[in-house]
Design a protein around this ligand. Structure first.
Ligand SMILES: *Cc1c(COP(=O)(O)O)cnc(C)c1O
Length: 350
């Protein structure tokens, strides 16, 4: 069984430091008539003249109910990118520790490892884009702190097999971070429901994809209360601004609207896949549970440029491991997809 002990992986400086104590930590307006002269704010009302709630209590109350966790199991950040950065800063000692990633995958893990001077040990996925569990466990040592699993994976689109994730959760003595940025497009259940079974599990999600709020920057992290308290200690006090908190609260209070958009994207995804099958230069369409489709073509750079000339921007993934000559198509609106398919057909003529 797992010998995971959180105390062994928290950085010593993080254990020793005291968190910044902000005025709004001590007292948050509950709407009653208090006079706030504690934070050197401008007293004249602009709607945002007060500092935001550093712990985003209103948002977390709704999220906790929706996800069936307690509020102290949630951390919110300025996009998942901030959440991921906090994981490095809380648990990885620069120049000493290492993380494990499973390419081809999300590029931010590498950027953050480089920024924080943490060694990245890359263990490529198999040809079916599933992890090689034995190979992963072979590169692990006592300095391996984080293992990033992106499911559904970007850019491949597939989900990672539950049995493999379970084995990794049991055998890896660091934190297993499951990045579920695309979970709302998938048939798989979120790993949030497994938090009570694995003390080393961290699940990250975002409002940037299915929720349609990439512009407000809100990332979500679900983990044990112990892990969350470490992250709360080191996060910038006001990392989620007032406008973001308000806008996010409105959106998560209307899940019907979110799911109808998700359904539309899923319908369009199915149509796009059917259309791609008819394009002569498309060789393989990879199975996807996300809001994008990865396809192998005859010459990715050539096809990318041809679409660009027609005013359509997709992602050329040809330089990624295992992704030679692949293109990643984000699923758009019905009319955007019609334009895309028209353009594909027009360049498809031999
Ligand atoms: C888009 C994406 C995110 C989202 O990051 P934000 O900072 O929340 O916008 C996270 N992880 C993966 C794998 C993504 O593709």
């Amino acid at each position: 069984m797992n010998k995971f002990n959180l105390q062994n992986i928290i950085r010593e400086n993080v254990k020793a430091m005291k968190a910044y104590s902000s005025a709004r930590d001590e007292y948050v307006s509950d709407g009653s008539k208090m006079i706030f002269l504690d934070a050197n704010e401008n007293p004249f009302e602009t709607g945002v003249n007060r500092y935001p709630d550093p712990l985003q209590r209103g948002l977390k109350a709704v999220l906790a109910a929706q996800k069936n966790v307690s509020e102290d199991q949630i951390l919110l950040g300025n996009g998942s990118d901030e959440v991921l950065d906090l994981l490095f800063r809380g648990f990885c000692d620069p120049k000493t520790d290492n993380i494990i990633t499973l390419p081809p995958t999300y590029g931010m893990y590498t950027v953050l490892a480089n920024l924080n001077e943490i060694e990245e040990r890359k263990v490529e996925l198999n040809l079916d884009f599933q992890p090689d569990v034995d190979a992963i466990l072979k590169v692990v040592d006592e300095h391996s702190k984080l293992l990033f699993i992106c499911s559904p994976n970007n850019p491949t689109g597939n989900t990672i097999a539950s049995e493999k994730i379970k084995t990794l959760l049991e055998k890896f003595n660091g934190l297993v971070v499951i990045d579920e940025a695309y979970i709302d497009f998938s048939n798989q259940e979120s790993w949030i429901s497994e938090l009570s079974n694995y003390t080393n599990l961290i699940v990250t999600q975002t409002l940037s994809k299915a929720y349609g709020l990439a512009g407000i920057r809100l990332g979500l992290c679900y983990a044990s209360a112990e892990i969350i308290s470490v992250l709360n200690k080191i996060k910038p006090p006001y990392n989620v601004n007032e406008l973001t908190q308000k806008r996010a609260l409105e959106r998560i209070s209307d899940l019907d609207a979110v799911s109808s958009e998700v359904n539309s994207v899923l319908n369009e995804r199915a149509k796009l896949i059917e259309a791609l099958k008819t394009i002569c230069f498309v060789e393989t369409i990879f199975p996807t549970e996300a809001n994008f489709v990865l396809a192998r073509v005859d010459d990715a750079t050539k096809r990318y440029n041809e679409l660009l000339e027609k005013g359509i921007v997709i992602r050329n993934r040809t330089t990624q491991p295992l992704c030679e000559n692949t293109l990643r198509f984000t699923v758009g609106t019905a009319s955007e997809n019609e334009e895309l398919i028209k353009a594909l057909l027009s360049i498809s003529k031999p």
